[in-house]
Design a protein around this ligand. Structure first.
Ligand code: CAA
Length: 281
């Protein structure tokens, strides 16, 4: 998601610095941005000058210290509170007091991260949706300590990116995942119970409800590992069975079937179109 967020920021005219842990991941992000910008330009959704401008506004680094020059830092690391907070503590020392911190977390709370820093008033949630360049929504999350000024900057920033912000309370899952995650988990439970095949459940929700992707295609798209992690965090927060990751999802994650990114999930992506996999029920 980090590359998508960087892409929309640079396209909107912001000089954008992308920081990641290694050169190989940075190179992967850079080429994903380039491909995406080319695709949007090919389809006439972006003119050539805007695409070229976005590319010139982007820079890439592995040096965390380089972020000290930024007015806004948006974090998009995996959903692991310890990892995120270790990063925030380092950034809190490196960045000037005026720098605003924003997390793209999908299931942790802003309060849990804001309290790890000495700037809880300049901490806010900016939750984007995949694929970031195409999805118009950003959830803006006001933590209990977020100042009105910080919140205002976050709303204006989301609009400057051409996104439509919705305001969410600081509760795990915010608005969209609060509803989307139980739906995705229910699809896995429906499969476990033999309600229908992967392909038919997907087609059912696409054709019967007008969803652009069926739940298994979406699970593969978001990542089974990511979904299981989000579900686990939401289950910890609410202790409601609807958020508990079903056994099949856990088994697939353990087996390395994480969806599109590993080539296998509910579908096998070695074929075109992808073939539904028998998850061994
Ligand atoms: N940049 C540029 N172009 C892109 C792109 C990207 N990142 N990703 C896809 N495209 C292109 C495709 O390549 C395709 O191009 P062609 O028409 O030339 O083939 C075009 O966009 C449209 O793609 P599709 O033909 O697949 O058409 P689509 O109408 O299905 O649109 C979609 C794709 C927008 C992804 C749509 O399927 C969709 O909305 N899916 C649901 C996505 C969703 O629910 N996202 C939220 C996930 S939850 C989340 O992100 C939050 C969380 O915390 C878990």
């Amino acid at each position: 998601m980090g590359s998508g967020i960087a892409q929309v920021a640079a396209t909107a005219g912001f000089p954008t610095l992308v920081r990641d842990v290694g050169d190989a991941v940075l190179a992967k992000g850079r080429s994903a941005i380039s491909r995406s910008l080319d695709k949007l330009a090919e389809k006439g959704k972006l003119d050539g000058a805007t695409r070229d401008g976005a590319l010139t506004r982007l820079s890439f680094t592995t040096d965390l210290g380089a972020l000290r020059s930024c007015d806004l830092v948006i974090e998009a690391v995996v959903e692991d509170l310890e990892l995120k907070n270790a990063l925030w503590r380092e950034l809190d020392v490196l960045c000037p007091p005026a720098t605003i911190f924003a997390s793209n977390t999908s299931s942790l709370t802003i309060g849990e991260m804001a309290s790890a820093t000495a700037r809880p008033d300049r901490f806010v949630g900016l939750h984007f949706f995949n694929p970031v360049p195409l999805m118009p929504l950003v959830e803006v999350i006001r933590g209990v300590t977020t100042s009105p000024e910080t919140f205002d900057v976050a709303m204006k920033f989301a609009r400057r990116l051409g996104k439509e912000p919705v305001v969410s309370r600081d509760r795990s899952g915010f608005i969209v995942n609060l509803l989307l995650v139980p739906y995705l988990l229910d699809a896995v439970r429906a499969l476990e119970r033999g309600a229908g095949s992967i392909a038919d459940i997907d087609r059912g929700m696409q054709l019967g409800c007008g969803h652009p992707m069926g739940p298994f295609t979406l699970l593969d798209f978001v990542g089974l590992d990511t979904t299981a992690r989000i579900a686990e965090i939401m289950f910890q927060e609410y202790r409601e069975p609807r958020y508990a990751p079903p056994p099949l999802l856990r088994r697939m994650v353990t087996a390395g079937m994480h969806g599109r990114k590993t080539g296998r999930g509910f579908y096998d992506y070695a074929t075109d179109p992808p073939t539904p996999l028998d998850p061994g029920l």
